[in-house]
Write a protein that binds this ligand. Structure first.
Ligand SMILES: [Zn+2]
Length: 172
């Protein structure tokens, strides 16, 4: 079981960026503090704003720099503060990964160029009340993904996206 909590800074940043982006997808990487086995607090996020209404393609270069400077700010303690994974928005779909998202993340966690043995993918959107709604999934090399629990540090700040069982893993 993985448990991911967004801190207040990330909640504010995501809400304002999602409002600005409107119907276009945005995304980036998550920098987190590990607070227990499978338990993380996302303390900062990078944001890339060049997606379309149905697609977001990550550009790894600025995110690598973001993570490098995150390590520096946290005094280089990678076992505690590290890159947790990727995030992007689905303003026009359910805030759960598409089939393509699942296979891209699996490829990323199995890529020998990166050294994480665990990566997470968060998909978010704004709900009707302009609050965050989303889901988080964990990926490991050679394993099937697992859905985790996504929360905000303030209770009620993040709503979990609902996945109807019959539609699981079959969208866009
Ligand atoms: Zn997606």
């Amino acid at each position: 079981m993985i448990n991911v909590v967004l801190n207040s800074h990330c909640i504010r940043l995501l809400r304002s960026e999602l409002l600005i982006a409107g119907s276009n997808e945005i995304g980036g990487v998550m920098a987190a503090e590990q607070v227990g086995d499978g338990s993380f607090i996302v303390v900062d996020l990078s944001v890339q704003r060049n997606g379309t209404s149905s697609h977001f393609v990550r550009d790894p270069v600025p995110h690598r720099e973001f993570i490098r400077s995150f390590h520096e700010r946290m005094g280089n303690q990678p076992e505690r503060f590290n890159y947790l994974g990727e995030w992007h928005s689905h303003p026009n779909y359910l805030a759960t990964p598409s089939d393509e998202d699942f296979s891209q993340m699996q490829k990323l966690v199995e890529d020998e160029e990166q050294n994480s043995t665990f990566l997470a993918l968060m998909v978010v959107k704004l709900n009707m009340g302009k609050l965050l709604r989303g889901s988080i999934y964990g990926f490991r090399p050679g394993c099937r993904f697992v859905r985790g629990q996504l929360q905000g540090i303030e209770e009620g700040a993040v709503e979990e996206e609902y996945v109807p069982l019959t539609l699981s893993f079959k969208r866009h």
